[in-house]
Each structure stands twice: as structure tokens, then as C-alpha cells.
Design a protein around this ligand. Structure first.
Ligand code: UD1
Length: 365
């Protein structure tokens, strides 16, 4: 067995989560390798984050690419197994809930290699979401479960996970935000797009449940048109959403003078756009957390959230498909009547430090 640990990342939201873990490992002198599964491969879905977050080049790139869930997961597993058989790391650290997370956790456990899951215990209780399946299964087989909010521990205990494996450490995505906020504020991203501070809405959409079926996507396009009659909109379009907007011929319907459409954008630029926005409309998981930390009103186009603390203490409202509720909340925000958020425990920029201290004690002392 080698003296190294592996950090696995594959899809866009993973990169912000491994960044502070990588930086802490360097600081603590813990040897590591970065494994990029290749689930996301476009420059602006992957490479741009490595550059901005100063993550070293991946040591291995598994080139999994896109495909059906079985194809993508299986391809990652096959390639990751070859690597583990050769190198036998001491611990495999997986983050979040994407297909790369469960694929690599499963391979490692079957080779008797310990697995740590960062962002464990989050549950939407909606098993139609591929991410929920990934979360439940990854947590069941992990040896260390690092949680980011208080409900996560309750969820894990309810699923029979032993208490000794669970550690409340806070939120690594907020670590990355804290580390980069001042830098992002100095950029002129929103100004260069012709937007004015607190006078525009930021949109992100990519959930299969919102963008894969034509009738769902039409409703969302119409909601964006409603919003664009009231405020300027900036909408960086995820590849999945872009493909479907083209296939269903919906870009024409979405046209409005108040709407700017772009490709996915980099981390610091997106952070600049978040901080200066009046409101965010999303179906992302991580952005619910980031907006809550920043105190920006956020409306989530999903039926549920695996991050309930963002509703309880943050600035998040779950809209589901209730477009009347959406319009009401938009108007409240524009009239400055919307709820204000509060501080959330453990979202302080030091989560990665707490995680790596635990890993150091357990595996290196
Ligand atoms: C994945 C994650 C989701 C995460 C999201 C962030 C799973 C099950 N889902 O969803 O949890 O919130 O990433 O983006 O792991 N594509 C490109 N270029 C890329 C990557 C993807 O064009 O760099 C296209 C692919 O052709 C594919 C589509 O986008 O058809 C979706 O990619 P995929 O990784 O399958 O899922 P996401 O929807 O991105």
C-alpha cells in the first residue's frame, strides 16, 4: 500500500470541493494524487476551474466522457480499477454526488481500500434524482463521512451508519468561496456584460427533471420571459440544457432584449456575477449554498432540496413547478420584501482543514 491518498473529481461541482482539500494536504505535507475521471471534459466545464482554483494538473485522467448512466459509471469504474490495482493508495476521497463519486467509491471498497466521502448525508428523499442514488450508495460504503450541515448526520444515523464514522466538519464549497471572494469582487465581469449592480438576475439550469422534456422546458422558458420583463437576466447555459434548447427549437421563444445568453463561465467570473446580482434562479445544489452564504435571494426550481439548511437559515426558497409562487417571490425580491439569511454553522472557510486534520490522525500518525 502506498503512502498517498487519492482525490477524485469528475464533474464541474467537484472541482471547487477538492481545491481546498488539495491545498490543505500540501500544507500538512500529506502526499496525494488527483484523479480526474473525465466525466466533464469541455474546457469551460473542467479545465477553467483547475486554472482559477490553482489545483495542480490531475495525475491521472480517466477519459470517461458522456454516455448513459450505466455506460459512464462503468467506464469510470473500469479505468479506476486498473489504476488502483497498480497504485493501491491509502485512502480514496470522493466528493459530492455525481456519477464519478459512486463509481470510484465502489471500486475502491471492493479492493479493500478505505473511502472518505465529503458532503455525506445530504438527502432530497427523491430517488428519481440520479444524485440521490449516488449519495445513498456512496454513504453506505464509506469509512469516513464528512458532513456539511446538521440534518446530514440525522439522515446517516437513520440509514444505520455508525456514529463513529460521521464527522461534522462544515462546507468545503464555502471554503473555496471564502478563499476567492475578494479576488472575484475585483473582476469587472458584470460591468463588461453591460449589467448594473443589483439590477440583474442570474440563471442556471441543468437538471434532467427540468430540461430534458420539451413541455417542462417550455414552462421554464416562459418563466424566464416573465422575469426578463422585470429585470435584466444573465443565463450561462449548461451543455445539457443547450442541447435541448436547440433540439426543441426553444432559443427563438427565449429571445428578449433583456436576456444575455452565454456558454458556461469560469468560477471567479460566476462568483463576481453572483455577488452583484439581485436574485438567482437555479436548479443547482451548490449554488443554493453559495447564494445563502452571500445573502443573495435564491429561488430553486426543484420540488425538494438535499440542502434544507439553505431554506431554514439561508436565502433559499423551493419553488418546484409553482409558477405563481415564483412570480410572487420574484416580486417580493424586487420590492426588497424577501427574507434575509443568517450565518450557518461550519460554513467558515475552515472545513477542509478540519477534514485533513482527521485524515492525518487516522491514516498518518
Ligand atoms: C452532472 C451531474 C450533476 C451535476 C452536474 C453539474 C451526475 C449524475 N450528474 O450532470 O449532479 O450537478 O454534472 O454540471 O453525475 N457535456 C458536455 N461537455 C462536458 C460535460 C458534459 O457537452 O464537459 C454534455 C454531455 O454530452 C452530456 C450532458 O452534457 O450529454 C450532460 O453531462 P453529464 O455529465 O451526463 O451530466 P450533467 O447533466 O452535467
Amino acid at each position: 500500500m502506498s503512502e498517498e491518498i487519492y482525490f477524485v473529481a469528475g464533474a464541474r461541482p467537484n472541482f471547487m470541493k477538492i481545491a481546498p482539500l488539495v491545498h490543505q494536504s500540501v500544507e500538512l505535507g500529506i502526499k496525494f494524487k488527483i484523479i480526474h475521471t473525465g466525466q466533464h471534459y469541455d474546457y469551460n466545464m473542467s479545465r477553467v476551474f483547475f486554472d482559477a482554483l490553482k489545483i495542480p494538473e490531475p495525475d491521472h485522467f480517466l477519459e470517461a466522457g458522456s454516455g448513459t448512466h450505466a455506460y459512464q459509471t462503468a467506464k469510470i469504474m473500469i479505468e479506476f480499477e486498473k489504476l488502483l490495482l497498480k497504485e493501491k493508495p491509502k485512502l480514496v476521497v470522493v466528493v459530492g454526488d455525481v456519477n464519478s463519486t459512486i463509481a470510484c467509491a465502489l471500486v475502491a471498497k471492493k479492493l479493500f481500500i478505505d473511502v472518505a466521502h465529503v458532503e455525506a448525508g445530504l438527502r432530497s428523499f427523491d430517488r428519481k434524482m440520479p444524485e440521490e442514488i449516488n449519495r445513498v450508495l456512496t454513504d453506505q460504503i464509506s469509512d469516513l463521512l464528512f458532513t456539511s450541515e446538521k440534518d446530514a448526520e440525522i439522515n446517516l444515523k437513520n440509514e444505520g451508519i455508525e456514529e463513529e464514522k460521521i464527522f461534522f466538519v462544515g462546507n468545503v464549497m464555502i471554503d473555496t468561496l471564502v478563499m476567492n471572494l475578494e479576488k472575484a469582487k475585483l473582476l469587472d465581469t458584470y460591468k463588461s456584460l453591460g449589467l448594473r449592480k443589483k439590477e440583474y438576475a442570474l440563471i442556471t439550469l441543468h437538471r434532467p427533471s427540468n430540461v430534458d422534456k420539451k413541455e417542462d422546458l417550455i414552462k421554464i422558458v416562459d418563466a424566464l420571459n416573465y422575469l426578463s420583463e422585470r429585470i435584466k437576466i444573465f443565463f450561462p447555459v449548461h451543455p445539457r440544457t443547450n442541447k435541448n434548447l436547440i433540439e426543441y427549437g426553444l432559443y427563438e421563444r427565449l429571445k428578449s432584449e433583456n436576456l444575455i445568453i452565454s456558454e458556461p463561465i469560469g468560477y471567479l467570473e460566476f462568483l463576481n456575477l453572483m455577488v452583484n446580482s439581485k436574485l438567482i434562479l437555479t436548479d443547482s445544489g451548490g449554488i443554493q449554498e453559495e447564494a445563502s452564504y452571500l445573502g443573495i435571494p435564491i429561488l430553486t426550481l426543484r420540488e425538494n432540496t438535499e440542502r434544507p439548511i439553505t431554506v431554514e437559515f439561508g436565502t433559499n426558497t423551493i419553488i418546484g413547478r409553482d409558477f405563481d409562487l415564483l412570480k410572487g417571490q420574484i416580486n417580493d425580491i424586487l420590492e426588497s420584501k424577501y427574507k434575509k439569511g443568517q450565518e450557518i454553522a461550519g460554513w467558515d472557510g475552515n472545513a477542509a482543514r478540519r477534514i485533513m486534520d482527521i485524515i492525518k490522525i487516522k491514516y498518518f500518525e
